[in-house]
Ligand binder design. Structure first.
Ligand SMILES: [Zn+2]
Length: 134
């Protein structure tokens, strides 16, 4: 077997492994039960936007309002599972606009760049639930 043959063989193996992993991930995602946030969790996430975000803007893009002027979620407001669809505690989710929710699911670079904003949302939510000076 020449060196080229070995490299070709290794590349084929690598492709098979990649395909195998993708299939495993698909299976895990199919098994994982989607957990929707409870009413209490949804209320906590909405209250965080209401109390801390200017013009009730989406905490991810900060460009579009996701609550109406009375502080109720508009139809574009969506609850994003940050870690996985089975994790639905208040610390594991946020409420964002539809565009961001879609991008967070499909664009890993966008998700990576949104990490600080998610963390900042969580700091604010925590401050709401357990004020530091109380
Ligand atoms: Zn957004």
């Amino acid at each position: 077997m020449s060196e080229d043959d070995v490299i070709t063989h290794l590349k084929r193996l690598e492709e098979k492994i990649d395909i195998g992993f993708a299939q495993i991930i698909d299976r895990i995602e199919a098994i994982e039960r989607r957990r929707n946030p409870t009413g209490e969790t949804r209320a906590q996430l909405v209250r965080t936007v209401r109390d801390f975000y200017r013009s009730y803007n989406c905490p991810c893009c900060e460009e579009v309002a996701i609550l109406d002027d009375r502080g109720s979620p508009l139809s574009i407001a969506q609850y994003d599972h940050w870690y996985s669809k089975s994790k639905s505690r208040p610390t594991e989710m946020w409420v964002v606009c539809q565009t961001c929710n879609l991008k967070l699911e499909s664009d890993s670079d966008f998700k990576h760049r949104s990490q600080t904003r998610f963390a900042s949302f969580q700091v604010r939510r925590d401050q709401l639930m357990q004020p530091l000076l109380k």
